[in-house]
Design a protein around this ligand. Structure first.
Ligand SMILES: O=C(O)CCC(=O)N[C@@H](C(=O)O)c1ccccc1
Length: 371
């Protein structure tokens, strides 16, 4: 891989509607993209860090600084020695503590570059086994139950095969009951608490048991594996972890402790797609199903996630929604729903390319990082 340098590009994309979770409300994405420029091709990585450190400890300005000051020198050193490969870079970045989303963006840009140069698709490289993946959709906390039911009805009409409801104390049992009563028992339904509860809420969370949910995602704080294991013994709804699963080892520990029986795989949270595949493999070895989480990605991150979601042990629909769930216009060819599924790109690398004119229009800053 002949790398000339990396470009950091910040873009601003409004969301089609506010997206409220237990930790805040998103109305627009402030996205950091990494472009890896080679001699004959370029690769893209999308950093999923948000503007503020509310989902995890990373935030987009901090990720740019970490890439600029600490990750770039590792890339440059390997490039200068002629030994730059993604596995070697992933190992070299291990000496930098934390910052998985920043690392994932750089590793993905370089992986995309090398795959475009070799003409290999992301799906083929990762081990995809299906040409399309079933699409779930994430529904934010709404202003009222009627508004929630309207939103769910709209998504169901579009063909989404699974509904995920964001919940928090005060917006949980009533919301789930209303959706169940309106849409019936066949609707694949799950909830996501984003760490909003404590073990003291176990009896309250057990009131979700009658609604036959696929899972309850990250009910307790990300560092409370013991609490999740205790909760899993007190409720019938399967416990799924998101924020807690920061690596394949963390997944193995959570499974061994009985803290999780389903895992949300998010490449940005674990430091990239190679580690995301390791999480997939560890879960498969333990008979734990996984699904692909989302971080409101543009078509670039969405393409990588859809390819990942086509691996064998991704047996539950992921948050791999169509582009128009979040964006009036995506920066790449939009992902569309077809029979409740989205197609895995087959072109080299990510298989999608940003529209240069639109990208220029929404760019709020660029920075060239020479090696
Ligand atoms: O469809 C998507 O991309 C979003 C899925 C989703 O709900 N993501 C949640 C999450 O906690 O999993 C999230 C929302 C906002 C910011 C970060 C994460």
């Amino acid at each position: 891989m002949n790398l000339r340098g990396l470009e950091l590009r910040r873009i601003a994309l409004p969301l089609v509607s506010p997206f409220r979770t237990s930790f805040g409300t998103e109305t627009a994405r402030d996205v950091l993209l990494v472009r890896a420029v080679g001699e004959a091709a370029e690769g893209w990585g999308e950093c999923v860090a948000m503007s503020e450190p509310l989902y995890s400890s990373e935030h987009v300005d901090g990720a740019a600084e970490v890439i600029r000051r600490f990750l770039l020198p590792e890339v440059a050193a390997l490039a200068k020695s002629g030994e730059l490969t993604v596995p070697r870079l992933e190992a070299a970045l291990g000496r930098i503590k934390g910052h998985p989303m920043a690392k994932a963006a750089v590793l993905t840009a370089l992986l995309d570059l090398s795959l475009r140069e070799s003409g290999t698709s992301f799906g083929a490289y990762l081990g995809a086994v299906r040409p399309t993946v079933p699409a779930g959709v994430s529904v934010g906390i709404m202003s009222s139950i009627p508004a929630l039911l309207d939103a769910v009805e709209g998504y169901q009409a579009q063909g989404y095969v699974r509904i995920k409801l964001k919940i928090e104390p005060g917006w949980d049992v009533d919301a789930v009951r209303a959706v169940r009563e309106r849409f019936g028992d066949d609707l694949l339904l799950q909830v996501d608490a984003n760490t909003a509860y404590t073990l003291a809420d176990a009896r309250h969370l057990a009131r979700l048991d009658p609604f036959d949910l696929l899972l309850i995602e990250q009910p307790l704080p990300e560092d409370d594996l013991r609490g999740h294991a205790a909760l899993a013994r007190l409720i019938r709804t399967p416990v799924c972890l998101d924020e807690s699963i920061t690596s394949a080892r963390a997944a193995a520990d959570a499974i061994a402790l009985g803290a999780t029986s389903v895992v949300n795989v998010k490449p940005g949270r674990v430091g990239g797609y190679l580690e995301a595949r390791r999480v997939h493999d560890v879960c498969a070895a333990n008979g734990v199903p996984v699904w692909c989480g989302g971080m409101l990605e543009t078509g670039l991150g969405r393409a990588a996630n859809v390819a990942l979601a086509a691996l064998p042990n991704f047996t539950l629909p992921g948050d791999t929604s169509a582009s128009d769930r979040y964006f009036a216009r995506d920066i790449t060819e939009p992902f569309v729903l077809d029979g409740g599924h989205v197609a895995v790109p087959t072109g080299p690398g990510l298989g999608v390319t940003p529209d240069a004119d639109y990208l220029a229009e929404i760019t709020t800053g660029t920075e060239w990082l020479a090696l």
